[in-house]
Structure formats: C-alpha cells, structure tokens
Design a protein around this ligand. Structure first.
Ligand SMILES: [Zn+2]
Length: 462
C-alpha cells in the first residue's frame, strides 16, 4: 500500500490507482532553452526513485515526462543568437538527456513534445471558448479562472485571496490578473501555427493537459513536479481539465527545491549550478545519494560539504561491495523484487526499507536502514558469520539497485600521479624515512584516497 502526500488534499493518503496493479505517472519536464541545472537533477532523481521503487514493488508503472520545445524563453534565445527555435530546442534537449543519463535517470516511457500536439491543443482551446470559460483579447486567448469553482485547490487558497496577491500585468484586457494565456498571437518574426482564433502558439499550461490526458487517459494516477510548479502551472492545468469536463489526475505530488545558502537556487540570484558543473568533479551517484538521504518534500542544500558527505557515504557502500565482491546492479534496468530471494536477514531488511518508502517515500529512513545493514554485514563478517554477512551485503546491493544506485566493488582506477606517490611512499618506508612517508600519505589523502599499509606495500582506494 503506497502512501504519499497529496498536494490537493493536503495530507498523506493511501494511493488507489485507477487500474489495479498499474500506476500512471505524469511528470512536468523541462523547457529546453538552456543547460539543465541541479534543481532539474533533483526533481528527475526524486521521481525516478519513486518510479523504480513502485516498479520494484510489482506495479506496472507508465511514466510520462514532457519536453516543452516551444516557449517565450526559447524564442528569445533563438532571436538573441540568430538561430531557429528548433535548433535551440534540439541543442538543449540533447544536453538534457545527456545529463539525465549521467545521473542514471531512466528514460521515460514517453517524452511528448509540445510541438507535436498542436492540433489537440487548438481543439481544446476552441472547446474552452465554446464553453464560455475562455475569451479572446487583442493578443490571444485567455482562460477565465473565476469560471472554475474550486480554483485555488492546489495553491491551498481561495480565489479571492489569490487575487489580492496577484501581480497586476500590463494586459488590460484581462478580466482578472490571474487569468492566463491559452494562446498567444504571433508577433512579426515569431513562430506560428494556424488556428481559427488567429495564428500563434500555445501557452505553457495547455500542453500538459493535452499530453497527459492523451497518453495516460482521464483520471490517471499521479501528477508530479517541483513545488515551484504547483501554482500557477499545475493549478492552471487542472482548471482547464476541469472546465473541459475531465477528472484529470487522482493525486498530486511535489518535490522540494534545491537551496544554496538558504536561498532557492535561481538564475536570477546568480547561484545557479548546471549539471555539467556539478558532474565535472562529483561522482553522479553521490548526487543521487544526497537526494535519497533527504526527504523529497524538504528543500536540500547542495554545497561542497553536503556533496562531500554524500561521497563519504557512497564510499561506505562501495567498500561493502568491494569486501563481498558484489556485482554492480541498477543502471537503467527497472526491476521487480521477485528477481531476488528475500530470506532471513534480507527479508527483514526489505521489510524495514519498504515500510519507510511506502510511507510518503521516506528515502532518508530507508537509507538509514540500509546503512545499519552495512555495519551489521561487516560485523558479521568480522566474527566469522559469513552466511549472515553475505545475505545482508547482497540485500543492500539489491535495494540500492532498486533505488537506481549502482555500487562498485571493482578496484579503483589509479591515475599515474597517485601511482607515483604510492611508489615514492613505499620507497620512503623502505629507507625508514617515516616523516616523508607520512607526508606522502597526507598528499594521497588530500587527493581523495584512503591509504592502508598492507603486506605488499601501500594500498589505496577511493
Ligand atoms: Zn506541466
């Protein structure tokens, strides 16, 4: 039984999927106008973990994550750089999937593109005009939010109090500042699609309504995204679906933001880190582990200190894999728990981890159980109880794999510079120059190595 915090109901609820044994998920994906940043990395990791876990538990999960390939930001970048919108979108979509592959986010079952659903979006807008919930202005078509009785459900505020806080925009023809564009008439030089209400392009909030309903059907199970999308994006998606006569999504879930020094990470604040910056000198698995060790609804701090902490934790997991010669799992494979034998201590661990994860995806609780099992496996091996030790180690490996975290027990690749330091240290030790040997040890440690004195000389590992 999966329990998850539903943003629409404001509490943790038991998920009742539309179809028994299946789970349909729609995750709001990227607008491809710039390089993916670590906030994108977080939301994709959170929902990748959810997808993997629910699959592991036996659900047949259908996972859709869209690509917004037409938008004001793409148009602006294309104009500034003298390129076509398609060219900009293609470049950053390629960067997006490269970054997602690097952090082990499994490819969605479907990645619908907004520009492939234009006729469906035009039909929806025409229908909303017909039903009298949308109106035309000189610059496009707007949705009248006052026509949806429970507008503000996701925001957790009634329409009147939302209206007080709304920014008054320049479009004076709007009936309310909360009304939003369904269609934007094309200005000279802008991309355009023909429509009965004027050539132009769709508003962002319309594409997800059309694509989610088309691919997952009405009353699909779970609509997710970052907390920053809850209002107005998700509110406005829902408003259109309701006005169109659909039940839309049964449940809504939102992940917390990435923070830097107490502020939300944002381009405008200049505290923006791209995925390629992060991955230049961070093991991508460490970022997954950092995300796993935080609750998905909480904000996370991504700093040198929190990354280093995740890398140390990862080294503990890899150390277990090395000691027991465990084979690397995970990758892009989405597996079911039935592929592993859960007996004895392994079954207890699986039970404890499942209890945490099924309770509002409590990944920090699950990882704490897993790390306790790492300690217990080493202790069992040290006292000669090899059966228990191996059972626990293999269960840890299988559960990490289920969460998309692949452990590496194979030997580290030692670079030439580190190998030279090891040789110099062995040479210093052979002539009993302990001060020099210590200095070389410190230098290796500063390069990220754990240094051990073994019978054959200096041994190093990450
Ligand atoms: Zn969306």
């Amino acid at each position: 039984m999966i329990r998850l915090y539903d943003s629409a109901r404001g509490e943790v609820v038991a998920l009742q999927p539309r179809d028994a044994g299946r789970l349909s998920m729609y995750v709001c994906g990227p607008t491809v106008y710039g390089p993916p940043h670590i906030g994108h990395g977080r939301f994709t990791l959170v929902w990748d973990v959810a997808r993997r876990w629910y699959t592991f538990c036996g659900l047949d999960v259908t996972y859709v994550c869209n690509v917004t390939d037409i938008d004001d930001k793409i148009i602006n970048r294309a104009r500034d750089e003298g390129r076509t919108e398609l060219d900009v979108a293609k470049e950053f979509e390629a960067q997006w999937f490269e970054a997602m592959d690097a952090i082990g986010v499994a490819r969605p079952d479907e990645s619908p593109h907004a520009t492939h659903y234009l006729s469906e979006m035009i039909d929806l807008i025409a229908e909303l005009l017909e039903r009298g919930v949308a109106y035309r202005t000189s610059d496009g078509v707007y949705f009248e939010v006052a026509r949806v009785p429970d507008y503000g459900l996701l925001a957790g505020q009634p329409l009147d109090s939302l209206r007080v806080g709304a920014r008054v925009e320049a479009v004076e023809e709007k009936r309310s500042p909360l009304d939003f564009a369904l269609w934007k008439n094309a200005k000279p030089g802008e991309p355009r699609w023909p429509a009965p209400f004027g050539d132009g392009r769709p508003g962002w909030h319309t594409e997800c309504v059309v694509m989610s309903l088309q691919l997952l059907g009405d009353d699909f199970d779970l609509h997710t995204g970052g907390l920053d999308l809850m209002f107005p994006h998700h509110e406005n998606e829902r408003a259109q679906a309701v006005a169109w006569g659909h039940a839309f999504s049964r449940y809504w879930a939102h992940n917390g933001m990435v923070m830097v020094g107490g502020d939300k990470m944002a381009k405008s604040l200049g505290n923006f880190t791209t995925m390629s910056d992060l991955l230049a000198d961070t093991d991508p698995r460490a970022y997954r582990l950092l995300v796993l060790r935080s609750h998905y609804r909480s904000p996370i701090e991504v700093t040198a200190a929190t990354i280093a902490d995740a890398e140390r934790a990862l080294a503990r997991l890899d150390g277990l894999a090395r000691r027991f010669g465990l084979a690397a799992l995970a990758g892009t494979v989405l597996e079911r728990a039935t592929s592993f034998s859960w007996e004895g201590a392994a079954g207890d661990l699986y039970g404890a981890v499942a209890l945490s994860l099924d309770d509002d995806l409590d990944t920090p609780g699950a990882m704490a159980q897993i790390f306790d099992a790492v300690t217990a496996a080493h202790a069992a091996a040290d006292r000669g109880d090899t059966d228990t030790a191996r059972t626990l180690a293999e269960a840890v490996n299988a559960l990490c794999g289920a969460l998309g975290l692949s452990l590496r027990g194979d030997a580290d690749v030692v670079d030439d510079a580190s190998a030279a330091l090891v040789a110099a240290r062995d040479e210093a030790r052979s002539r009993k120059d302990w001060a020099e040997a210590d200095r070389l040890r410190d230098e290796l440690v500063s390069l990220g190595w754990t240094v051990e004195d073994a019978a054959g000389g200096t041994q190093i590992r990450r």
